[in-house]
Design a protein around this ligand. Sequence first.
Ligand code: FAD
Length: 410
Amino acid sequence: MASLRRIAVVGASLAGVRTVRSLRDRGFDGEVVLVGAEKRLPYDRPPLSKELLAGQVSLSDIQLLSDGDVSALNLDLRLGRRARFLDPGRKALELDDSETLHYDALVIATGSAPWMPPGWDRFEGVHLLRTADDALALRSAFQGSPRVAVVGGGFIGCEVASTARRLGCEVVLIEPYPAPMARVLGPEIAHGLAGIPLDAGVRLHCGTAVEGFDGGQRVERVRLQDGGVIDADVVVVGIGARPVTDWLSGSGVSVADGVLCDERCATSVTGVYAAGDVARWFNPLFGQAMRIEHWANASEQGAFVARAIIEGPDSGGFSSVPYAWSDQHGAKIQTAGVLQPADRVRIVEGTVEERRFVALYEREERLTGVVSVNSPRGMLTYRRLLAQRGSRGVRADDQVEPGVEPSPSA
Ligand SMILES: Cc1cc2nc3c(=O)[nH]c(=O)nc-3n(C[C@H](O)[C@H](O)[C@H](O)COP(=O)(O)OP(=O)(O)OC[C@H]3O[C@@H](n4cnc5c(N)ncnc54)[C@H](O)[C@@H]3O)c2cc1C
């Protein structure tokens, strides 16, 4: 640590903020520069599709850093500034206003950005949801109870549909898989859960994809590949995100659907680390490389990277059980582990009909993942089991060893 005078963190959001807090918690008293492309103080994203979109909380309620924190942490915070080039040979980071920052260690925490096919944004009324500004724009678009088409039935699309219904909008959800969330949860559980949006009044169009939109300046209709047409005043596109790595081109940092990292979250370039949605790291617990676009991972990995920088190889690897939650129409859906559609699914607590259950995903008698609905205690038990041995194999009826705790999250 003696030779570390300045640590630069690129991406002022969850993973980046957790890194800088953890650096200070661990006693690093050198310079910490946090560079963020957004102009706002860092904030939490999960409420953007839920409470903030519904108007139940304000932006100040979801801030990850206050002005007071910035002073207390002695941060050199550069907001509204985008990193545009990394030159590891000179340990130099170039920003979009041409300023060059030198660093001794650097953390890439540039997250992921939602994707939309070319031309779809030609129409007014077509929205993406990633930033606070996106959420505020969508909130005003939902005023007056418009007809809303949500394209994509992943977690974010389903949450937007839920909030839009709650605000009194007419909502249609379009998903190419046979049921919302089927890509992640597999067909069996996803079919069982389709009643949740249906009972809330969401119309589902599953098994077909969107071909394009029609309208004048504003969007008026969504054309489906099965020939269907849906009238819509507002369209929300939630069909996936891509890691933000374009600015690393030419830097020598290896990228392949994310920044490639070893188990310590170190990249192919000495002194450069990655954390959060952007990082594809080797998870020793599961014996495989993975990139995870969920809150708990960004939070834990951000904190770990600070440790990896300060402790060096003594830090060990970042072992983590992938975990996510989603709130839809009053139901809390949680997933943990590595779910595969081909896994055998076994309900061990509650029933799908009563919308309170725990489902285990198993391969060759080994537990690979767990999905729960309105059963946080059941989820915690199996998360602990997965944290114990990951892919080395745990059976669902194994006992949790004392002291095994997945990190706290919502
Ligand atoms: C609407 C929404 C709802 C969600 N809900 C849930 C949920 O319920 N449960 C759950 O588990 N997860 C949820 N997530 C996912 C979770 O929020 C993300 O996994 C988490 O935000 C990832 O944090 P991150 O810091 O890695 O990346 P991000 O939050 O994407 O932040 C990256 C930051 O880097 C900045 N940046 C990018 N390029 C540059 C550059 N070149 N220079 C400087 N800055 C740059 C970006 O502007 C951004 O501010 C949700 C996400 C969204 C969008």
